[in-house]
Design a protein around this ligand. Sequence first.
Ligand code: THU
Length: 136
Amino acid sequence: MLTKAEIAAVAALAGRVRLVAYAPHSGFLVGVAVVTSDDRVFAGCNVENASYGLTLCAERSAIAAAVGAGARAIRAIVLVTATGRACPPCGACLQWISEFGGPETEVIWASVAGDTVRWTLGDLLPCAFGSSVSRP
Ligand code: THU
């Protein structure tokens, strides 16, 4: 489990990256930081498109950065929004997290005001699809 100090540091990074999110269509800025199993941290933001369905969520942006640096296992993922209530990752992003994580992977929401809510991936995606299902 990330300590409170670790969450604060990682959320601060995600919060900074959130400010450069490209979200002209929704106006909803999201910043994410991924902590890999070897304790490296990679950040990402949402990148929207005029063809709305092509939008890239912040979680997948951060995970792609981590994978591009050689990471293959996610310990925790922290997302930052300006909402007043907890904002869990969307279903597609949970599936992406599942590719590089497991039921114990931490998923943490932090608000720009400093509130936090912690889940595990198992809480949010209890019946994940994985290659153990398609290639038993
Ligand atoms: N978004 C994310 O970046 N992550 C999520 O988990 C949910 C939604 C973005 C996509 C879009 O740019 C905006 O939030 C509104 O849906």
